[in-house]
Design a binder for this molecule. Structure first.
Ligand code: AMO
Length: 440
């Protein structure tokens, strides 16, 4: 029997680029594997830019070796020497090269170029390949950082991670954007959000979060909507007010931004991005935000119960110019536009104790305090013309005791779109789903 060791040959085959860099000018012989990303032939010297999991490494080919093909999976063995012009300030002078696998066809688009010069449609159609482009990959690495920061920040504050079903009998958000799917002899819907389940789990764990897919049957094609997106959800019990939820989001976002600044500098540099500093986030009441945007930027006041994308932009601009913040909370949304679980403002039941968070002029989060009292929740359901019998399982939590609680849902792609300045939300998603795209 052979004993499988935890990590194979890490010393001679560095896993990370930092590990490789540590061998610089040591004379130590190391082996490196990666994909031939770009090929450069300067006559006398030939380079391969090797794409590895955490960066690129410049490799000088042995004189007698054949140049690999773009897309070859290759292994080089050699020594690492300082080279200020190379990425990371070092290069591998290879003694040997071994081609591990070779592509069947040439690369259809110039993925090694900084700007591939593709239309969005071509980019998305070739997504398994175009995501290999270093800028596209950097965006997706930042996406990882945001999700990781969200998780870590909440785990550090006593939140438990949950995974709730995505096939459900009852839609939480209502409206037209529900995907209906046949489910054996029943009718099911795809989860529009983990709303009811995360509230149920507050009764169990008190503080919970979920990072998971949600589905919206939005029929229009827009640069800010997807039909499947990743929702960063949290829900917390024993709040004194909705401001506790907003404070928790401020904390989580600051943590996420600090994590990017600390550990994702190569990606931020590659994309030339600056990450916002979050000290605190200003909050404006809905009516006040609407009025200030209209007055300051001469805008028509659209729907009295909602904000148009133009109003969001104007409020974002107002926050940046007058309040010095790229983020702004808009609070006390009108009841009419808020779902059945939102708690009404006891001072004015036409309003709710709920909020949106705008980042650089676009909504990235909705959150609020929820109804915790059984009778209040039943009467709100009836008030909406709905039958409480349909909410049997949700109402169990109210019937059998719930603390005052609240939470939020943040759209990961919206956040990433705004952070990277992407023109379209599809660029913030690995394999976006929209009205026409179900593959790749
Ligand atoms: P809401 O429906 O406002 O609230 O969604 C929360 C956040 O999700 C993002 N989002 C979307 N992102 C991409 N494509 C879409 N079609 C899309 N729809 C929404 C937005 C939005 O702010 N249950 C509540 C949250 C809560 O109160 O906890 C909810 O889902 O960034």
């Amino acid at each position: 029997m052979e004993l499988v060791k935890v990590i194979r040959a890490e010393r001679t085959m560095p896993i990370t680029t930092a590990g490789l860099a540590a061998a610089t000018d040591s004379g130590e012989v190391v082996t490196v594997r990666g994909m031939a990303h770009a090929l450069r032939d300067f006559g006398g010297v030939r380079f391969v830019v090797l794409r590895r999991h955490d960066g690129v490494t410049q490799v000088v080919l042995p004189e007698d070796a054949r140049m690999p093909k773009e897309g070859d999976a290759v292994e080089f063995t050699g020594v690492v020497v300082s080279e200020p012009r190379a990425p990371g300030g070092f290069e591998l002078r290879a003694g040997t090269i071994r081609v591990l696998s070779t592509p069947a066809e040439p690369m259809p688009v110039p993925i090694h170029k900084t700007n591939m010069g593709l239309t969005l449609d071509t980019d998305l159609s070739l997504r398994p390949i175009t995501l290999r482009n270093l800028r596209a990959r950097a965006v997706m690495k930042l996406r990882e950082g945001l999700a990781r920061g969200f998780r870590d920040s909440l785990a550090a504050r006593g939140f438990t991670e949950i995974h709730t079903p995505k096939l459900e009998a009852l839609s939480a958000e209502g409206g037209a954007s529900v995907f209906r799917v046949p489910y054996f002899q029943h009718k099911a819907v795809l989860a529009q959000s983990p709303q009811f389940y995360k509230q149920m789990m507050v009764g169990v764990f008190e503080r919970v979060y979920e990072v998971g897919p949600v589905f919206r049957a939005e029929k229009h094609n827009s640069s800010r909507h997807l039909n499947e997106y990743t929702s960063l959800d949290l829900e917390m019990g024993f709040i004194d007010s909705v401001e506790d939820v907003m404070a928790c989001e401020t904390y989580a976002l600051r943590y996420m931004m600090d994590l990017l600044r600390g550990e994702y500098a190569p990606q931020l540099d590659a994309l030339k991005l600056t990450v916002p500093e979050i000290d605190g986030i200003p909050a404006l009441r809905f009516d006040e935000a609407k009025a200030r945007a209209a007055e300051t930027y001469n805008l028509p006041r659209g729907d009295p119960n909602d904000l148009t994308p133009e109003e969001e932009q104007a409020i974002g601009r107002y926050a940046a110019e007058k309040l010095g913040s790229e983020f702004v909370f808009v609070t006390r949304y009108p009841s009419k536009k808020r779902p059945v679980y939102a708690m009404d403002d006891p001072d004015d039941p036409r309003l709710t104790l709920s909020f949106d968070l705008l980042f650089r002029g676009m909504e990235i989060t909705t959150g609020g305090q929820r109804v915790h009292d059984y009778h209040a929740q039943v009467s709100k359901i009836i008030g909406r013309g709905l039958d409480p019998a349909g909410f049997e399982h949700y109402l169990m939590i109210h019937k059998h005791g719930m603390p005052p609680h609240g939470g939020l849902g943040m759209g990961l792609e919206r956040l990433l779109k705004q952070l990277t300045g992407a023109a379209n939300i599809r660029q913030a998603c690995l394999f976006p789903r929209d009205t026409t795209r179900l593959s790749p």
